[in-house]
Design a protein around this ligand. Structure first.
Ligand code: 5GP
Length: 190
């Protein structure tokens, strides 16, 4: 693998399938280290502290921001999300390939602090398909869904800012493109 110490970032609208793609990538390439974000959002069913997120109160999150503990942070659909700085810097120093899965505003901040990082935008085949996926997840209120859809429209307009755009119409082909962009030569692709 020629990705040692490199930072790759994936963004894309809520519901586009970033989580599924990233999970599959990590299973195939355990060397890749995925950053665990801090958030003020409440845990969804099955989510665990320190695995999907570090779940913080707003006060605790604000204190992290004030102390410079976050590499980037943004508000998304009424909650705050941010990337803890120290673990990212440590993994990069160890030479591990680091992956961030975050939204657009955060991606823009990381672009400024890590201009050498590679940023990938994961796009849905269409807006209608995105809405179907968000609703199909069945975990969010109608209000949260509306906020996510509104935000998705803005995010889709920003595709051209990214180093690469991958359309998630087929998971295996999206994964293959992703691996290629990360510089991973996959021997066991099926
Ligand atoms: P969800 O609530 O669906 O888990 O995440 C909502 C959005 O927040 C997703 O687009 C996700 O990529 C983004 N997100 C997750 N962690 C971070 C982070 O650390 N920073 C930023 N800026 N966005 C994040």
């Amino acid at each position: 693998m020629s990705t040692s110490g490199k930072l790759t970032l994936i963004t894309g609208p809520s519901g586009v399938g970033k989580g599924t793609l990233v999970n599959k990538l990590l299973k195939r390439h355990p060397k890749i280290w995925l950053s665990v974000s801090a958030t003020t959002r409440s845990p969804r069913q099955g989510e665990q502290e320190g695995i999907q997120y570090f779940f913080h109160s707003r006060d605790r999150f604000d204190a992290l921001v004030a102390s410079g503990g976050l590499l980037e942070w943004a508000e998304f659909a009424g909650n705050c999300y941010g990337t803890p700085r120290k673990p990212v810097e440590e993994r990069l120093a160890e030479g591990r390939p680091v992956l961030l899965e975050i939204e657009l505003e955060g991606a823009r901040q990381v672009r400024r602090s890590f201009p050498e990082g590679f940023q990938i935008f994961l796009a849905p085949p269409s807006f209608e398909e995105l809405e179907r996926r968000i609703r199909g997840r069945g975990t969010d209120s109608e209000e949260a869904i509306q906020r996510r859809l509104l935000r998705a429209q803005d995010e889709l307009k920003a595709q051209a800012e990214f180093d690469a755009v991958v359309v998630n119409d087929n998971l295996d082909s999206a994964l293959q493109q992703f691996e290629r962009y990360m510089g991973i030569i996959s021997r066991d692709f099926n």
